[in-house]
Design a protein around this ligand. Structure first.
Ligand SMILES: [Zn+2]
Length: 563
């Protein structure tokens, strides 16, 4: 069976309501724990269908945003999504009041009910129409950015298609291509501002309607975070400023020497004078190499990747009409994940084959768990699997980068470390935005520049329109579509670095811990998953400091002149 053979249909909303209402009434009238567990299984089975069709509708549209039929299917699932949330909310309420709670915990562990308790706070029928509006606005952003046609040197490009010029060895090409990019943003500034302004105010309204003070705590609850809050995150960001910013600052100075430039601007994002490492080979060759790599890494990853290839569960190469970006989704009805990306000839293509494959491998490894809710963990935990896979596959990078392998490793480590201040800046910015929902678009951009001077004091935009006025974050889709997601990457990176360190010392035990983590899926909360994987929690004192020490030592020992 391949992806094209997967069954797809539009779930009928009225029928679904009827079915869930029946299950709810069975659940309420159940005289035994077993009867209630039976009802949970029925909802789970319904969810597998619903989530599968919804994911397929969304994926098919991402694969071709000009396909009218695909758009109609996605729109349909978008339109019923708040009603479905309402349905689940109704079931969750009776579940939450179950007299057999202990038996349910004995069967599924604590996480299932804990997550339900959090999720109950995030919904009320009163906000259903506001949720519909939120989905529309998020789609407006996708439509606008995915449909971008940017003229560069006489040809039209989409945003992903411009990528290779941004990392060109010729500074003039880098600058001009970025200018083309941000001219497009400048031309669409008002619309970008409007969409975000509406989203922020709408989210604030949803939060207040639900009884929250503002969107921040609701944002955390939507992410299903159960073991930490804004205070812990703020403390973590502070550590990034103290421990990481000085090292990244040093790397920035080192880059001036490497590139032979007196001053670095935003468009000097390359790492080496003769260019960043590029994968050697056609997309098909790269995929074949990845298949060999996953066979050599472990029997589990070998089986997994064979299925991804043989069942056509990947759409990797950039083409016209494809939504930008890369992601992993899943079809629980078939116990299969799917990888979507936009290969464009940069080293990022390989990171897709490791990062997104890490997500996919975790999902694939978790399908033995009894509840579909456990097939994915919360996002900060999910990014551990993907970012760690980037490191576990290091010994095979010469397959892809040949003579550029050492360059790739340097870029990977220095890039991952440099990412932490950026990630923290995006997070800090969002906290401020949702604390101050009434400020103007201009004030948001000013605030961005102010925060940048703390987290990335080395950033300079030269005379480039739009970004010199603080608009760069408007290209970051998470800020529009997945509020508060961004810090997850930094928390997970801190964990992935630990896997890298362990793997350097003792591969077998590191890999075993990683497998255990993948198999646990979402059956535990973030901090408990971290514990299961025998890692330190990023919120623990000294955790980041120890990680950064090791990373810094590696960077200091790296002979930059040798590459
Ligand atoms: Zn990811």
């Amino acid at each position: 069976m391949t992806y094209n053979d997967f069954h797809y249909e539009r779930l009928d909303l009225e029928k679904s309501k009827h079915l869930i209402n029946e299950i709810i009434s069975d659940f309420k009238n159940a005289k035994s724990a077993n009867k209630q567990i039976e009802a949970i299984k029925k909802v789970d089975s319904f969810s597998r269908d619903y989530m599968t069709y919804q994911a397929m509708a969304s994926l098919n549209f991402s694969r071709n945003i000009n396909d009218v039929d695909a758009k109609a299917e996605k729109d349909y699932y978008d339109s019923i999504s708040p009603d479905m949330t309402e349905l689940y909310d109704r079931f969750d309420k009776v579940l939450h009041e179950s007299k057999f709670k202990q038996n349910i915990i004995d069967e599924y562990g604590n996480t299932f009910l804990n997550q339900i308790e959090i999720s109950l706070k995030t919904f009320d029928s009163k906000i259903k129409n506001l949720l519909k509006r939120e989905i529309e606005l998020k789609n407006d952003y996708t439509k606008l950015t995915a449909g971008a046609k940017i003229k560069y040197e006489g040809k039209d490009y989409n945003l992903a298609g411009l990528g290779p010029f941004h990392s060109h060895t010729n500074r003039d090409i880098r600058k001009k291509s970025y200018e083309a990019r941000y001219r497009w943003f400048k031309n669409n500034e008002q619309e970008l501002d409007n969409i975000y302004d509406k989203l922020v105010k709408l989210r604030h309204k949803i939060a207040v309607t639900l009884g929250y003070e503002n969107f921040i705590k609701l944002g955390y609850d939507r992410m299903g975070r159960s073991d930490y809050g804004p205070e812990e995150v703020s403390n973590f960001r502070k550590q990034i400023v103290e421990q990481v910013v000085p090292i990244v600052s040093k790397l920035h100075d080192q880059k001036k020497d490497i590139l032979g430039l007196d001053k670095l601007y935003f468009y000097d994002g390359i790492n080496f004078r003769d260019g960043d490492p590029k994968p050697k080979g056609t997309p098909n060759e790269l995929i074949k190499s990845a298949q060999e790599m996953y066979h050599e890494l472990s029997p589990e990853t070998g089986d997994f990747f064979d299925k991804m290839v043989n069942e056509e569960l990947m759409d990797l190469v950039n083409r016209d009409g494809k939504r930008p970006g890369g992601f992993c989704t899943s079809f629980p009805k078939y116990d299969r994940p799917y990888i979507f990306s936009n290969f464009n000839g940069t080293d990022h293509d390989i990171t897709v084959l490791t990062h997104e494959a890490g997500h996919a491998f975790q999902n694939y490894s978790s399908t033995h768990l009894p509840l579909v809710n456990y097939h994915w963990p919360t996002m900060e935990a999910a990014e551990i699997h993907s970012m760690s896979m980037e490191f576990f596959t290091w010994p095979w990078m010469k397959k892809f980068f040949k003579e550029d392998t050492e360059k790739f490793k340097y870029k990977h480590i220095s890039g991952s470390l440099s990412f932490l201040p950026y990630g923290a800046c995006v997070d800090h910015f969002q906290h401020w935005v949702y604390e101050n929902p009434e400020v103007s678009p201009k004030e948001r951009k000013d605030k961005w520049l102010e925060l940048e001077s703390i987290y990335m004091p080395w950033r300079a935009y030269d005379d480039m329109v739009f970004i010199k006025d603080g608009g760069v974050w408007q290209g970051q889709l998470h800020i529009y579509q997945m509020p508060f997601y961004y810090i997850d990457y930094t928390l997970a990176q801190t964990c992935a670095f630990q896997f890298w360190i362990k793997n350097e010392k003792d591969h077998d035990s590191a890999w075993q811990d990683y497998l255990n983590l993948c198999r646990a899926g979402g059956s535990l909360s973030f901090v408990n998953l971290v514990r299961l994987a025998k890692l330190s929690s990023p919120f623990e004192d000294g955790c980041l400091e120890n990680v950064v020490k090791f990373v810094n030592k590696w960077l200091e020992n790296f002979d930059i002149k040798s590459v």
